[in-house]
Design a protein around this ligand. Structure first.
Ligand code: 5AD
Ligand code: SF4
Length: 463
């Protein structure tokens, strides 16, 4: 048996959990989790929270007040990595006057050998490192560190099994994320994700349904289905199941009110998914559909496997089928070889597709990806001016779309408490809305009459 198969089970961790619980019995130790990156990491941090609670630790939101600091890291862009290194520098000083502080690093950054080498040579004060495939081993690794006081590193390169039944403590009672698949097989040439999250593997439909039913019985009203490319859900299962079929089955779950999902890849978005979205009353009228670049030539270099025309037609078809849909997207500026004409194509797609929101990124060179070795990396000043132009094009369109909501009454899931009796939540289209309401409203879907537009959010009144 390989090390991986011996340790894949959380059950095997019970011995170490008990050992640490014994240590924690006399004093209350607090943990802080810093989460970087995407919704997958946010969901993994909820599992980390569950595992740490099993060991008897309690959460604090104040990093300075904690005995254990966990950074769940992201490596999609360089600035996310720099932030972690910056924080680790600060923790070096903190550990001088708090020598028992434990520093734990996990997540996507840790899957890269160069990062591990850098930590080993420059950040000797880190205690435990693990990766994206073996989160369930945290108790054993932490216990090894308690025993030896040495830096413990355990990063697996690939792991096809899905570990079910890990403990989870959710941020919100009424809303939950559910992984439906892990990894990615697409290998977009700029993206590091397939190298750090491994090959695509789907969870069994029955496991997903069971998890959602149990969440609903626990008070969850809205679920967010997570996968790097949900449209290829089921490809790795022995009994092939399509994503549209999964959505239809989830839609049948009594008590569930809203279903969302991210992320869709334009090359795999099928007509039967559009139909399922239209027909399933619980599926929100929102689609996150990254287009990355409007230039077919750049899309080819990115290995995205669709053209500008395909993307624009797809958006037209979706809007025709579901007229009230909100579409959001991801856009990268400054991919190697991007000419002024290529960038104009990106602006053209923005004007044609009229996105409700857009995540705009400056291309970040990721070592190990094919794009990092491509000729014609674009100079910073050109990228910055294109990026500003992109924002100048995207934002007025978002403003106009949001403006059309003024006077309308929309359904909002009240989620967060702000200052001055304000509460915020999201419409079906995923637009943020602020309104005055008592805190007790949080967790309910309420009718809000929209009365103001601030481009990135709407304001309204509870009716
Ligand atoms: N540089 C900039 N943005 C990137 N993304 C992924 N890799 C990179 C990179 N190297 C963006 C894509 C993706 C989103 C999650 O992050 O737009 O859809
Ligand atoms: Fe990265 Fe492309 Fe996979 Fe998304 S689909 S995670 S951008 S490789």
């Amino acid at each position: 048996m390989t090390k991986q198969s011996i340790n894949q089970n959380y059950e095997n961790q019970k011995y170490f959990i008990e050992k640490i619980r014994d240590i924690n019995e006399s004093v209350i130790k607090k943990f802080y989790i810093g989460t970087f990156g995407c919704q997958m990491n946010v969901r993994d941090s909820e599992t980390l929270h569950g595992i740490l609670s099993d060991m008897g630790f309690v959460e604090t939101k104040d990093e300075k007040d904690s005995d254990i600091i966990v950074y769940n890291t992201c490596c999609v862009r360089e600035n996310a990595e720099n932030k972690v290194f910056g924080n680790l520098g600060i923790l070096k000083n903190m550990k001088k006057y708090k020598p028992d502080l434990k520093i734990i690093l996990c997540g996507c950054m840790m899957q890269q050998d160069s990062i591990i080498e850098k930590i080993k040579s420059t950040y000797r004060h880190v205690d435990v490192i693990f990766g994206t495939f073996n989160i369930q081993r945290l108790p054993e690794l932490l216990y090894s560190n308690y025993e030896t006081n040495e830096m413990i590193i355990d990063v697996w390169q690939e792991h096809s099994e899905i570990v079910e039944d890990l403990p989870v403590i959710r941020e919100k009672k009424f809303k939950a994320s559910v992984n439906i698949m892990f990894g990615c097989n697409n290998f977009c040439t700029y993206c590091i994700v397939p190298y750090v999250r491994g090959r695509e593997r789907s969870r069994e439909k029955a496991d997903i349904i069971e998890e959602i039913k149990s969440l609903v019985s626990d008070g969850v009203k809205e679920i967010l289905l997570l996968g790097q490319n949900v449209n290829s859900y089921g490809n790795t299962l022995s009994e092939e199941t399509r994503f549209s079929e999964l959505l239809r089955d989830i839609n049948e779950i009594d008590g569930l009110e809203r279903i969302r999902f991210i992320t869709s890849h334009p090359k795999d978005l099928s007509d039967d998914l559009i139909l399922a979205m239209k027909e399933c009353n619980k599926v929100c009228a929102h689609l996150h559909l990254p287009f990355q670049s409007g230039s077919t030539e750049i899309l080819n270099k990115m290995n995205r496997r669709y053209s500008k025309e395909h993307y624009v037609n797809l958006v037209e078809n979706i809007r025709e089928a579901i007229p009230d849909i909100g579409i959001s997207t991801d856009i990268i500026v400054g991919f190697p070889g991007e000419s002024d004409e290529d960038f104009e194509d990106t602006l053209d797609v923005v004007r044609k597709c009229k996105f409700n929101s857009a995540f705009t990124f400056i291309y970040s060179k990721r070592t190990g990806t094919p794009a990092a070795k491509m000729d014609c990396q674009i100079p910073d000043d050109i990228v910055k001016s294109r990026f500003n132009k992109l924002l100048e094009t995207v934002n007025p369109i978002i403003y106009d779309i949001n403006h059309s909501f003024i006077g309308k009454t929309v359904k909002v899931l009240a989620e967060d408490k702000g200052s001055n009796n304000m509460v915020s939540g999201r419409t079906e289209q995923n637009t943020l809305v602020h309104f005055e309401a008592p805190e007790s409203i949080i967790g309910n879907i309420v009718d809000i009459k929209i009365n103001g537009n601030k481009t990135f959010y709407l304001t309204g009144e509870l009716i």
